[in-house]
Write a protein that binds this ligand. Structure first.
Ligand SMILES: *Cc1c(COP(=O)(O)O)cnc(C)c1O
Length: 361
């Protein structure tokens, strides 16, 4: 079976380096916020092209802390894409804010910038853009709207480390961004991790304090904060992996280009991309109206596939208050999408096998 994602194979490339940094952390005696944490935050900020990166415990925390730091809460509305992973929406509702769903563009599956303005009210405070599946959102119109209505732009960059929009990386495209280093992401730790990036020194200091029990200096608490830290050891592993991120993303682009050129099946809709560098192919998502059968056929032919995601946030039990909402494009996408293997360690012969199998369906 060609696995959907072989994490062991991805990480065993760093076997020697991981053992070396593990040893250094072990003997340093500094297991939280030591030199590796500082180094990774600095390197990740440089990578994204921003002034500040703050390591936190996971991607959901990164987004929750950003919204808290802006002071958004009950009575405030935040625009979110309807087509996303539920964490985007949880970060909003966890702060007591109301998520306002916007349908995607059917070509990119990303939030449709032309449908945002009609959702803006006097209560709207921010727009969350999600660079879903690894593709950077077109920011031009969204930036105009944010300026016109005085809204913050928060990026959910959990799936798009290293993607560009017009020469700038995700993490630097809005006012602030949340990243996840969950093991399966393009930059993944050996456990949980996340980061906040921003160019705003005030927001950075506030997020830093909130993530540290609301403390600005030791034992003085100015906010009702949380405890959200990126472990020293995870930061050390991530620092090793950051060095390969651009070449890993390029391998994903090459596989994607090969798939898009060679998969020829009228029952399969391939993903489209406007600009190669805008996508880092966290997922290669195809669509078919015959998903259950295609999944079984792929599995019978030794290809593991997964669904991202089977149920949209507004149809989840957790958001029963939205159960009468109709978001037809989002619902159609959730019914038809299927993700096939893509990763920096997928071999050429595996890619060829996947193409052959899909073309013979
Ligand atoms: C993974 C993910 C998150 C959450 O990240 P965690 O580190 O798992 O908390 C948020 N948004 C999107 C789009 C994601 O894919």
């Amino acid at each position: 079976m060609i696995p959907f994602l072989d994490l062991e194979k991805i990480n065993s490339r760093f076997n020697t380096e991981f053992r070396a940094v593990l040893n250094r952390v072990l003997i340093s005696g500094q297991y939280i916020h030591g030199e590796f944490y500082d180094s990774f935050c600095k390197n990740f900020a440089n990578f994204c092209g921003v002034k500040y990166a703050l390591g936190v415990a996971n991607g959901l925390d990164a987004l929750r802390i950003i919204i808290k730091a802006y002071g958004f809460g009950p009575g405030d509305e935040i625009i979110v894409p309807a087509n996303t992973f539920i964490a985007t929406v949880l970060a909003v509702s966890d702060n007591g804010c109301t998520p306002v769903f916007v349908e995607p563009d059917i070509d990119t599956y990303l939030i449709n910038p032309d449908l945002i303005e009609e959702k803006i009210t006097s209560k709207t405070r921010a727009i969350v853009v999600v660079h879903l599946y690894g593709q950077a959102v077109d920011m031009v119109k969204i930036k105009e709207l944010a300026a016109k209505y005085n809204l913050k732009i928060i990026e959910d960059a959990a799936q798009a480390h290293g993607a560009y929009f017009r020469g700038q990386r995700t993490g630097s495209l809005g006012d602030s961004a949340g990243f996840s280093f969950y093991p399966g992401k393009n930059l993944g730790a050996l456990g949980d991790g996340g980061a906040i990036t921003t160019n705003d020194p005030i927001l950075y200091e506030k997020c830093k304090a909130i993530a540290n029990y609301g403390s600005d200096y030791k034992y003085h608490h100015i906010y009702k904060g949380v405890n959200s830290r990126l472990d020293e050891l995870q930061a050390a592993f991530l620092d090793c992996k950051l060095a390969l991120l651009d070449s890993d993303n390029q391998r994903r682009r090459d596989i994607s280009a090969y798939y898009r050129a060679n998969i020829k099946n009228s029952r399969v809709v391939l993903p489209r991309v406007l600009c190669e560098l805008s996508h880092v192919w966290h997922l290669f998502v195809i669509r078919t109206t015959d998903r259950a059968n295609l999944m079984k056929y792929l599995s019978d032919n030794n290809v593991q596939s997964l669904i991202h995601y089977p149920v949209p946030p507004h149809q989840q039990l957790a958001y029963a208050e939205y159960s009468d909402y109709s978001l037809p494009l989002t619902e159609m996408i959730h019914n038809e999408v299927l993700s096939i293997p893509i990763s920096p360690v997928l071999e050429d012969n595996e890619v060829d096998h996947i193409v052959d199998v899909l073309n013979n369906y």
